[in-house]
Design a protein around this ligand. Structure first.
Ligand SMILES: Nc1ncnc2c1ncn2[C@@H]1O[C@H](COP(=O)(O)OP(=O)(O)OP(=O)(O)O)[C@@H](O)[C@H]1O
Length: 321
């Protein structure tokens, strides 16, 4: 969809949504709180001593390799599993002891979707809408989301591809307009264009004050939507990082080729961090201010110059290894 059409639709959606913003009164800054949480299956699998919080209106990304404990954590947040010990609360409501209460404020997108295959997408969404009071606003949201995600709602679910079913799950979750969004690998099966649409939808939800907890294998969607990212491996939370601090500390790497060999020596003398030095080319790593690099480059003959991307992503891949 062209950018202009997209933002125009976005604005319309926002206007409609703003009218029904005050759904619940928040009691504290921390919307989601997980304290000393343990849930162990046989052979020591599960999650161990998890501690984190997500402030209201913020988004927390949960990254980790297969079997790390992401879905287990989400199931504990949803009150589907009883913790062995520790506590999970959302808006100060205990997710296990008051699970019916907590579900009233959550929109949940499971990692594995199971639909009633004999229904059309429209029938299915109508069923969900009826369970939530059949409000006119839900239908308006549904139509907006179906158009943004380009899903034909008249199609029978059993005839849908994996990606189409994923879109249907996203529509079902977002149309209800709950304050807290808990999404388990939301873009699995979506093509890159639709992943971008999803990111835009989430950014729109955040503008309206929603709190998001999202597991993913896709660094880019967490980078674009979340304030914090937690890395889980073998059931333990290895680190929680602020995305903006990561960006500030981020190295930038440039690949450069110069005309003459001695020009690399000149760059070295300018206190630049040269790595992978070849005959007339090298990589230059810069942290923080770029002035020194730009100044030095005006004094050599540059044949080619290219910025390498994904530094942040590469740093995160280390946690997977
Ligand atoms: N009901 C269960 N009984 C026994 N072990 C389980 C159960 N559910 C999950 N596990 C184990 O707990 C660990 C964490 O699983 P979980 O599904 O939370 O991982 P995940 O991070 O969501 O993985 P993926 O990225 O593959 O979806 C795995 O080793 C898994 O085999």
């Amino acid at each position: 969809m062209p950018e202009s059409r997209w933002s125009e639709k976005s604005t319309q959606y926002l206007e409609i949504q703003v009218l029904k913003e005050e759904v619940l009164l928040r009691k504290s800054e921390e919307m989601i709180e997980v304290k000393e949480l343990n849930k162990l299956y046989s052979e020591g699998r599960g999650v161990r001593n998890l501690n984190f919080q997500v402030d209201a209106g913020k988004a927390f990304g949960f990254l980790g390799p297969n079997g790390a404990g992401k879905t287990t954590t989400i199931r504990l947040l949803m009150g589907f599993l009883k913790p062995d010990s520790g506590r999970v609360t959302i808006n100060e409501i205990d997710c296990w002891k008051e699970k019916a209460e907590v579900k009233k404020i959550i929109s949940y997108l499971p990692g594995e979707l199971h639909f009633m295959e004999s229904l059309t997408a429209l029938d299915f969404l109508d069923l969900i809408a009826r369970m939530h009071g059949n409000k006119r606003q839900i239908k308006r949201n549904r139509d907006y989301l179906a158009s943004a995600l380009e899903l034909d709602l008249k199609i029978l679910i059993r005839k849908m591809s994996k990606g189409m079913k994923q879109k249907l799950g996203i529509i079902a979750a977002l149309m209800l307009d709950k304050k807290v969004l808990i999404f388990d690998e939301p873009t699995s099966g979506l093509d890159p264009l639709m992943q971008k649409v999803f990111i835009d939808l989430i950014l729109g939800e955040k503008k309206r004050g929603k709190t998001l907890f999202m597991s993913s294998h896709q660094f880019v969607e967490i980078d674009r939507t979340c304030e914090h990212v937690g890395i889980i491996r073998e059931g333990e939370l290895l680190t929680i990082q602020s995305i903006s601090q990561l960006r500030d500390a981020e190295h930038q790497t440039f690949e450069i080729e110069v005309e003459k060999e001695e020009e690399l020596e000149f760059l070295k003398q300018r206190q630049l961090n040269l790595v992978n030095i070849q005959e007339k080319s090298c990589m230059i790593r810069v942290t923080g201010e770029m002035d020194k690099l730009w100044l030095a480059l005006t004094q050599v003959h540059v044949i080619s110059f290219r910025q390498r991307s994904l530094e942040l992503e590469e740093a995160f891949m280390d946690f997977y290894r």
